[in-house]
Design a protein around this ligand. Structure first.
Ligand code: 13P
Ligand code: SF4
Length: 329
């Protein structure tokens, strides 16, 4: 696709905003896609929801709503669009379908998975429940619909502690992120039975690297996602969901910050916080990075890659997500 004077005029205001994150040569490739996607989504009454880990041309260029997984689930339930394009990973698209079963939910690349989600099956949860009769199951939203269907209440990194405490019980089964389970256990008196899932992006961080960066950058604020190993959380100044981390930067305007999470977050947040210097540890989520502008355009044009689930799974799984959204952040 070629850049034309019309496309340039229509997309220049977006480029002005993100020119620090994207070189001009790259922009001339993105702009025609951005122009076409933004036009087509209006014609088709489609909404583009994007996770905070999407690349800047998606996050700032075509998304109508960018957020953490909790806010994406809430937004999917509220939207009046006919089509939802989920720029994120498979479990996020499934969650959108659970919240809006009557809508057409499309995922630009069906291979966009998640190491946490693939670490556990519905059958595994049934086994765990047999071994721990009567113990409620709290599942991270980073799970398949089959796992959610076996779950009492879902949670995200934004509300995990609140959800566990809300159950008023002595013990919960908390799935599947072992590090998030450890983080929750450190914040509550409830006994946690965990699973051995990890996020392949966050498990790579370590405290040695963080301490080194602190030594070389006096006064830096280190903020970490709770999917990181406990020693990383302990070496950080703040822990929160992706949106919690963005809010921390916006509210505190630290001189220098390191966001211990997926790379694209720093690029996206830098655009809205020009006075903050970002030190970037670079771990990419290969699943999130499967989503590209050409794939978004293709699935919007042809309405391909639709999320489909049987009615029984939708019914059972939706309850666990709805219970979570009722409790909130
Ligand atoms: P958030 O819910 O914090 O956006 O995290 C989702 C995720 O997949 C982080 O790796
Ligand atoms: Fe899954 Fe980790 Fe990628 Fe988030 S960053 S989608 S938890 S693999």
């Amino acid at each position: 696709m070629q850049m034309t004077p019309e496309i340039k005029k229509a997309t220049d205001p977006i480029y002005k905003k993100i020119s620090k994150a994207i070189p001009e040569i790259e922009w001339s490739i993105h702009a025609p896609y951005i122009y076409k996607i933004n036009k087509l989504k209006k014609d088709k009454n489609a909404v583009i929801l994007a996770h905070n880990y999407q690349t800047p041309e998606i996050y700032h260029g075509v998304s109508d709503f960018s957020a953490d997984s909790l806010a994406l689930a809430i937004e999917a339930a509220k939207t009046e669009a006919d089509i939802i394009i989920m720029c994120g990973v498979h479990f996020m698209a499934e969650t959108a379908k659970l919240m809006s079963p009557e809508k057409k939910v499309l995922l630009p690349d069906m291979m966009a998975g998640c190491s946490l989600s693939s670490s556990i099956t519905g059958e595994d949860v049934r086994e765990l429940k047999k071994k721990n009769p009567g113990v409620p199951v709290v599942s991270y939203v980073n799970t398949s619909a089959d796992v959610k269907a076996e779950t009492d209440v879902c949670c995200t990194s934004a509300n995990a502690v609140k959800i566990v405490n809300s159950l008023n019980v002595k013990k919960v089964i908390f799935l599947p992120d072992d590090y998030l389970a450890k983080y929750v256990a450190s914040q509550t008196d409830v006994e946690i039975i965990s699973w051995k899932g990890t996020c392949e992006v966050h498990e790579k961080f370590n405290d040695i690297e963080i301490n080194e960066i602190r030594k070389n950058n006096p006064g830096i604020k280190v903020i970490a996602h709770p999917e990181c190993p406990p020693e990383v959380i302990n070496a950080s100044d703040f822990t929160g969901s992706t949106s919690g981390m963005i809010k921390y930067v916006k509210d505190n305007q630290p001189e220098k910050v390191m966001m211990v999470t997926e790379c694209s977050m720093s690029d996206n947040v830098q655009v809205d916080n020009p006075n903050v210097k970002f030190i970037r540890p670079c771990n990419l989520c290969p699943h999130m990075k499967r989503i590209t502008l050409p794939k978004i355009l293709d699935c919007l044009e042809n309405e391909t890659n639709e999320i489909k689930m049987n009615a029984e799974t939708i019914e059972k799984a939706r309850k666990s997500v709805e219970r979570m959204t009722e409790i909130g952040r």
